[in-house]
Ligand binder design. Structure first.
Ligand code: C2E
Ligand code: CA
Ligand code: CA
Ligand code: CA
Length: 271
């Protein structure tokens, strides 16, 4: 056995080796899929809870693989994040969403929310790239929300602050996504200006029975109010959840109860 150093995979179990191969396979499939146009966007309505008025949408990326069928974002977003492919994927999402949603933003005043994962966000030229995309699509900047998670803000607080300032000077808005699930980054609510706080669906799904979840949601909504941000509850599936959230003073909501994500051609059904 002369060439042990050339056999690094021999260290792994067959199971792990299979996973590694799958990851490599998926990575190549993702790159290929981007070239072949296998990705598209779905839009989920965002409503005001009081008047049940649709005020915007969150764009969610979808991957329809010709052989594997639909692949969930929970599977390929982390992979894209690990492999750096989140950058071309994110570029696609940004330009495609601004193009598709542009008419609704310009003519109906609807707001568009886009997800940015940590690796995508912490790029010095992010605001320049977004500014360019906005101009190309003739998209009104004040109608664009960037959704970031607490962990994004934790990655590099100084850089995050700089990027957020650049973005806000363009007129963009910022939402803290999955609030309550990440690191305890309450201090970032003090340092960063945030326009919307999205209460994670974990808490919402525990309503109406779980009184602890209710107290946590109430606290998050108070926090949102106190920093001048709108509060939005995610993952609303039932009318009884809406009732409680209204009592708690929650302004905005999103979830299957109001509408599942649909292609842009079908979004008109919500208006
Ligand atoms: P997220 O940003 O928290 O998005 C909300 C997720 O909850 C979406 O899952 C949505 O389809 C789902 N959802 C909405 N309403 C309900 C409901 O009433 N009940 C339940 N059970 N689920 C609901 P999806 O589309 O599978 O996306 C999963 C995650 O993938 C997103 O979580 C986001 O973190 C990430 N993601 C999706 N699209 C993009 C993208 O374009 N860029 C980046 N960076 N991440 C994305
Ligand atoms: Ca989101
Ligand atoms: Ca979320
Ligand atoms: Ca989430």
């Amino acid at each position: 056995r002369a060439k042990e150093a050339d056999e690094p995979y021999a260290l792994y179990s067959p199971e792990l080796e299979r996973l590694l191969l799958e990851e490599d396979f998926l990575k190549r499939a993702l790159l290929e899929g981007l070239k072949k146009g296998e990705f598209f966007l779905s839009y989920q309505p965002i409503v005001t809870l009081q008047k049940k008025q649709v005020i915007g949408a969150e764009a969610l990326v979808r991957w329809q693989h010709p052989e594997l069928g639909p692949i969930a974002p929970a599977k390929f977003i982390p992979l894209a994040e690990r492999t750096g492919l989140i950058e071309p994927l994110g570029d696609y999402v940004l330009s495609q969403a601004l193009k598709e949603f542009g008419p609704l933003a310009r003519e109906k005043g609807l707001e568009l929310a886009l997800n940015f994962s940590p690796r995508q966000f912490c790029k010095r030229d992010l605001s320049l790239r977004i500014e360019k995309a906005l101009t190309e699509a003739n998209f009104p900047p004040e109608k664009l929300f960037l959704e970031i998670t607490e962990s994004t803000a934790m990655e590099d607080p100084a850089l995050t602050l700089k990027i957020l300032e650049d973005l806000r000077s363009l007129g963009l808005k910022v939402a803290l996504d999955d609030f309550g699930m990440g690191y305890s980054s309450l201090r970032y609510l003090v340092e960063f200006a945030v326009d919307r706080i999205k209460v994670d669906q974990f808490f919402v799904s525990a309503l109406p029975l779980d009184s602890k979840a209710l107290h946590v949601i109430r606290t998050i909504l108070e926090l949102a109010r106190s920093v001048g941000a709108r509060g939005l509850a995610e993952g609303i599936e039932r009318a009884d959840q809406v009732e409680i959230l209204l009592k708690l003073g929650c302004e905005e909501g999103q979830g299957y109860f109001f509408g599942r994500p649909v292609r842009i051609e079908d979004f008109g059904r919500f208006l």
